[in-house]
Design a protein around this ligand. Structure first.
Ligand SMILES: Cc1cc2nc3c(=O)[nH]c(=O)nc-3n(C[C@H](O)[C@H](O)[C@H](O)COP(=O)(O)OP(=O)(O)OC[C@H]3O[C@@H](n4cnc5c(N)ncnc54)[C@H](O)[C@@H]3O)c2cc1C
Length: 383
């Protein structure tokens, strides 16, 4: 496993870092306050190819490997976790499945828009089916050359802005997980009713909506993969998505650490800067330890993915560890700021709220532990 970045990865990381500092950082607090990341921010990333990170060049993308995608998402999340999740969802669980499981006709039809300007959304969860995705109730009934979809989906990231939605529905009531299928649904299709955005604790700039499917007709050629393959498509895409969420968590915790370290150098208590106090030094040391552990787990999962080896367990470990590290580090960053950490004037207040959901979406921490345990019990310890 190679720890050093390649010169190309360094160049991409530095370029995206500069872009984020100049174009997004000055506005991230306002996006949170106003509850909206403007379209211009997505367009700015699109212009640099960041909507096609996981798509090969011959299909119009920039064809980055998993490690490079991770670096880009980390940099975006350092300034805006909300923008980072919009881009992460689009790339890992929106555009990538169309490339990976789509027919050539589907690739030709959808990839040009997805790599250039349209966001994608991934709609698996339902009011009664989150961790237990196999409990999905939305149905897709085959009627000749089309399917008719009915049901309720929720928690759809990018749901307000997306150009296409990947929607999972049940094509066979009796077949459990094997009874789910995936469909590509275009924005504006009659029968998709978009709900109002959720009023969230954090990631307030990223929209999250419910979708109501009301006799939504989807041509059979817009089914992604085989009938009954939906669950396995969703799970395999979530593996890639989890490296993305872990990278997002690493970005937020990095920003929180920097803010806390800066503040601790300036703030004087009992006649000395906070950094002279051992209790504060220990907090900073522990933050750095967790950041480095998270980075190593992410690098390993990305390396395995790039090598074409199984990486589901490692992606879960990276997501589990990095998200829990992010909630811990942001918590401590608020603590180091004292009362100032509790007001919106200081960015750590936003980081703390943003980090919390990373232990919840794309599989809760409990579900990551299940994935890791099942993999361990099946395949044993990997060295
Ligand atoms: C901001 C946000 C954005 C999201 N974006 C998307 C999206 O774009 N697309 C999408 O499809 N979904 C999305 N989700 C949904 C998200 O993936 C789910 O919320 C998550 O999977 C948990 O499901 P749930 O909320 O139904 O909780 P539940 O599944 O009801 O879980 C409740 C609690 O029980 C625990 N639990 C459940 N089962 C077990 C078990 N077997 N063992 C141990 N503990 C268990 C859970 O860990 C959790 O602590 C988003 C959610 C949020 C909050």
């Amino acid at each position: 496993m190679q720890f050093d970045l390649t010169p190309e990865q360094v160049a991409i990381r530095d370029a995206v870092r500069e872009l984020c500092r100049s174009e997004f950082e000055p506005h991230a607090e306002r996006w949170d306050r106003q509850g909206e990341v403007p379209r211009a921010a997505v367009d700015c990333l699109a212009a640099q190819g960041f909507l096609g990170m996981a798509i090969p060049e011959e299909w119009g993308g920039v064809g980055y490997d998993a490690r490079t995608i991770s670096l880009v998402l980390e940099e975006i999340a350092r300034v805006s976790a909300a923008l980072a999740i919009m881009i992460a969802v689009h790339n890992s669980v929106g555009a990538l499945p169309v490339f990976r499981f789509g027919s050539d006709a589907q690739r030709r039809r959808y990839l040009p828009r997805l790599v250039s300007h349209q966001l994608a959304a991934f709609s698996l969860s339902e009011p009664g089916a989150g961790s237990d995705a196999g409990a999905i109730q939305s149905v897709a009934l085959r009627r000749g050359d089309r399917y008719v979809l009915n049901g309720s989906k929720n928690w759809v990231t990018n749901g307000l802005q997306a150009g296409i939605y990947l929607i999972f529905a049940r094509t066979d009531k009796a077949a459990g997980n094997r009874g789910l299928s995936a469909f590509i649904v275009e924005r504006g299709a009659p029968g998709v009713v978009i709900g109002k955005p959720e009023d969230k604790m954090g990631l307030r700039g990223s929209d999250t909506v419910a979708l109501s499917l009301e006799d939504l007709e989807v041509p059979a050629e817009q089914r992604l993969g085989e009938e009954g393959q939906g669950f396995s498509i969703a799970m395999s895409m979530l593996d890639a998505g989890r490296i993305g969420v872990a990278s997002q968590a690493l970005g937020v915790l990095g920003a929180a650490f920097d803010a806390a370290a800066r503040y601790a150098q300036q703030r004087v208590a009992f006649g000395q800067p906070l950094t002279k106090i051992q209790a504060i030094q220990f907090k900073l040391a522990e933050m750095e330890r967790r950041a480095q552990c998270a980075r190593l787990l992410i690098q390993r999962a990305a390396w395995l993915k790039d090598a074409g080896r199984p990486y589901s367990r490692e992606a879960s470990m990276a997501k589990l560890y990095a998200s829990e590290a992010a909630t811990w580090v942001t918590h401590q960053a608020v603590q180091i700021h004292g009362g100032y950490g509790y007001v919106k004037e200081y960015a750590v207040e936003r980081y703390y709220r943003d980090a919390r959901v990373m232990e919840i979406y794309e599989g809760t921490s409990e579900i990551q532990r299940l994935v890791i345990a099942r993999s361990l019990l099946k395949d044993g310890v990997r060295v």
